[in-house]
Write a protein that binds this ligand. Structure first.
Ligand SMILES: *Cc1c(COP(=O)(O)O)cnc(C)c1O
Length: 325
């Protein structure tokens, strides 16, 4: 069994959104607050980083490299986690250096990461060159893949399922659907594997955020690759077919990081009804998807729906002009 370090505060809260449930009175709506795990404004990447940084430290590495968008939550949380573990952190971020830093980029800088801007290479294409350069300088780099997604990082969401199962048992509550934003696939893969391991029967529905592929890989392929690797280590015979992966692509058409009326409406709805802040890139898009599926009664009326809040708060400040007025 793989080991991990402790970075976040767990379990994160799980509770019913009572006001929202009365607005959509055919459903009971619950939330799991992984935005609320205590590290540098929180988010889902912390669960992955607990496993990934254990691996890095265990291998004697002194430097971590990862890549993403300038507003990457994963990069911000990697910077924060490296600060805590005394690891040097390099972030390779797509696009050109902006005149002013804001949102996640600002926080990554404040958290001490060494930031390189990589132009059109937006998904870590330049990592290998940096690795070679650092090794020449006598450093021991550890590469964290895009979004922290591989069979090590995804273990964080196997644990999340066990945690939710325990909370739901305690509450004597069953959940019919779990809805979440899916982008690099690690969260989704971990949830699928964790559900098999913990026999959680809720239907998992990922809302696809980014219509582009990661390094030429469809998200379903990434997920079907990771899940059996995890299940094997638990001695479970993997039976995962592509059709078992529910990944809805109805909400990604505007493109990654484009804030539309849908995201705006979702942010306002949850903020004004429950005092909870979504982010404009991931969770607002997924939350809009959930609301749409309820309004169109695609989710069975009378069912219990859980929204997994995966974080992203700082991006609101970067997208301020798109959010207000
Ligand atoms: C990264 C991220 C996701 C998507 O998680 P993956 O494991 O990459 O699919 C969802 N929400 C937020 C806020 C994120 O930062």
């Amino acid at each position: 069994m793989k080991q991990k370090i402790s970075l976040g505060f767990f379990p994160t809260p799980l509770y019913e959104l009572k006001n929202l449930s009365s607005l959509y009175n055919n459903y009971r709506i619950f939330i799991k607050r992984d935005d609320h795990n205590g590290v540098a404004t929180g988010g889902n990447k912390i669960r992955k980083l607990e496993y990934l940084l254990y691996d890095a430290l265990n291998k004697g590495c002194d430097t971590v490299i990862t890549a993403g968008a300038q507003q990457s939550n994963h990069c911000r949380l990697t910077a924060a986690s490296c600060a805590r573990e005394n690891l040097k952190c390099y972030l390779l971020l797509g696009g050109e250096k902006p005149a002013h830093y804001s949102g996640n980029l600002l926080l990554s800088q404040l958290l001490g990461a060494e930031i390189h801007f990589t132009g059109d290479n937006r998904k870590g294409e330049d990592i290998d060159d940096l690795v070679k350069e650092l090794i020449k300088k006598g450093r021991k780099p550890y590469v964290i893949p895009y979004g922290g997604t591989n069979e090590t990082g995804a273990l964080g969401y196997v644990d999340a399922v066990a945690e939710m199962k325990e909370q739901l048992t305690e509450m004597k509550q069953t959940i019919d659907y779990i809805i979440f934003a899916s982008s690099s696939g690690g969260t989704h893969a971990g949830l699928i594997a964790g559900s098999a391991i913990n026999q959680l029967k809720s239907k998992l529905i990922g809302i696809n955020i980014d219509k582009d592929e990661t390094n030429g890989n469809a998200l379903e392929n990434i997920i079907t690759d990771i899940v059996p690797k995890i299940l094997n280590t638990y001695g479970i015979k993997p039976e995962i077919k592509r059709n078992d992966i529910h990944l809805l692509k109805d909400y990604d058409k505007a493109g990654y990081g484009v804030v539309t009326e849908h995201e705006k409406r979702a942010i306002k709805l949850l903020a004004e009804s429950e005092g909870i802040l979504l982010d404009p890139v991931y969770t607002a898009r997924a939350f809009h998807g959930m609301i749409d599926l309820m309004e169109r009664r695609v989710l069975k009326p009378g069912s219990n729906v859980l929204f997994l809040h995966t974080g992203g708060l700082p991006a609101n400040f970067h997208y301020a002009e798109n959010l207000y007025p």
